[in-house]
Ligand binder design. Structure first.
Ligand SMILES: NC(=O)c1ccc[n+]([C@@H]2O[C@H](COP(=O)([O-])OP(=O)(O)OC[C@H]3O[C@@H](n4cnc5c(N)ncnc54)[C@H](O)[C@@H]3O)[C@@H](O)[C@H]2O)c1
Length: 329
């Protein structure tokens, strides 16, 4: 049984707390959040303890592991302090808002001995993982093109957007990791941002984007993102290879289809947003983390994956600004 503390009782903190509670090998031992009664409210929901200072989590000998769901700017300080205290770490993406912060902490990150995993939950989605396994098993031959469609039902509050690091670091980062998961290392990034929502433009960010990535293996990935999608949380993947293609469709709560005088083939809406759509992925991500901590095996994602995804986000930001492709080392 792994005693886990959740740091940050916001949107993703709630997702992780719920996932821990339902997991047979994990216990929610502590919830930490300094703002208002966020920690107390979440802790009370699951009958556990709350605190306001992350230092109290790190100093607690009853905590084996932490899940870091605090704002992105705090990820590196929280990760380093937790690891220093001997806790295993599952940290949310992205690793930082700026590569300069990674570089400044590089020596300390390299010296970390505790298991560290990053929350690229989509690797654990059963459909995406099955597609990746099919590619690995040669079911579609050499991969030529990967298409990733990721549209949110609605944008987060502008206050969140302002501190998010921008669409490429906050949202597309999942898709950069998915591209690396399927294609390996990326050598070139070409991005176009769109401003469809004036409030987000005023906050200095794009709310939609299209990115193309060239991979060292010769394949190309296309990522299509939008902070808004009127038909719901649109999450699709297509992998096209020399000998065939794989397609992961959107998921609905049932497979029932309705036809009548007004509509044909009407279906229920897509599973709404990340908690529902990726519930299995968060559960399997947690299982993979616990297994790595308990067996001492390497975590399936680590600092290197987080840094490479951030490097792609920074290259996309530059490309969208200059209108030019950006080479990635
Ligand atoms: N993997 C995913 O699917 C996913 C989904 C959403 C968010 N995220 C990531 O999770 C992180 C948080 O996002 P969110 O949407 O939950 O944001 P949020 O604003 O809803 O929650 C962040 C919480 O952290 C708290 N906080 C602030 N300072 C803190 C501190 N010093 N110690 C502890 N807690 C502190 C805030 O009070 C807030 O409750 C971001 O880095 C985001 O990129 C990942």
């Amino acid at each position: 049984m792994l005693n886990i503390a959740v740091i940050g009782a916001g949107r993703i903190g709630h997702v992780h707390a719920k996932t821990i509670i339902a997991h047979p090998d994990a216990a929610l031992a502590l919830v930490c959040d300094p703002v208002g009664d966020a920690a107390r409210t979440l802790a009370d929901q699951y009958g556990t303890r709350a605190c306001e200072r992350a230092e109290d989590v790190f100093a607690d000998p009853g905590i084996d592991a932490v899940i870091i769901g605090s704002p992105t700017a705090l990820h590196i300080p929280h990760l380093l302090a937790a690891a220093e205290a001997g806790k295993a770490v599952l940290c949310e993406k992205p690793i930082a808002l700026d590569m300069k912060d990674v570089e400044a902490a590089r020596a300390e990150l390299d010296a970390v001995k505790s298991p560290v995993m990053f929350g690229f939950n989509r690797r654990f989605d059963p459909s995406f993982a099955a597609m990746r396994a099919a590619v690995e098993n040669g079911r579609v031959g050499e991969l030529e093109q990967l298409t990733i469609i990721s549209r949110d039902p609605a944008a987060p509050p502008v206050d969140y957007i302002k501190v998010s690091g921008g669409i490429f670091r906050d949202m597309t980062i999942h898709d950069f990791d998915t591209a690396r998961f399927f294609l390996g290392e990326i050598t070139e990034v070409y991005a176009a941002g769109q401003n469809l929502d004036p409030a987000i433009e005023e906050a200095g960010d794009f709310d939609a984007a299209v990115v193309t990535l060239k991979a060292a293996c010769g394949a190309v990935a296309t990522i299509i993102n939008n902070r808004h999608c009127s038909s719901g949380y649109d999450q699709r993947l297509e992998a096209s290879g020399r000998d065939g293609a794989l397609l992961a469709e959107n998921i609905r709560s049932t497979t029932v289809r309705l036809s009548n005088a007004k509509v044909t083939d009407a279906q229920e809406p897509y599973l709404d947003f990340f908690l529902e759509r990726y519930a299995d992925a968060y559960r399997l991500e947690l299982s993979a983390f616990i297994e790595a901590v308990e067996t001492g095996a390497p975590t399936p994602t680590g600092v290197d994956d987080a840094v490479k995804a951030l490097a792609l986000a920074e290259a996309a930001t530059e490309s969208a600004r200059t209108g030019r492709p950006v080479a990635v080392a």
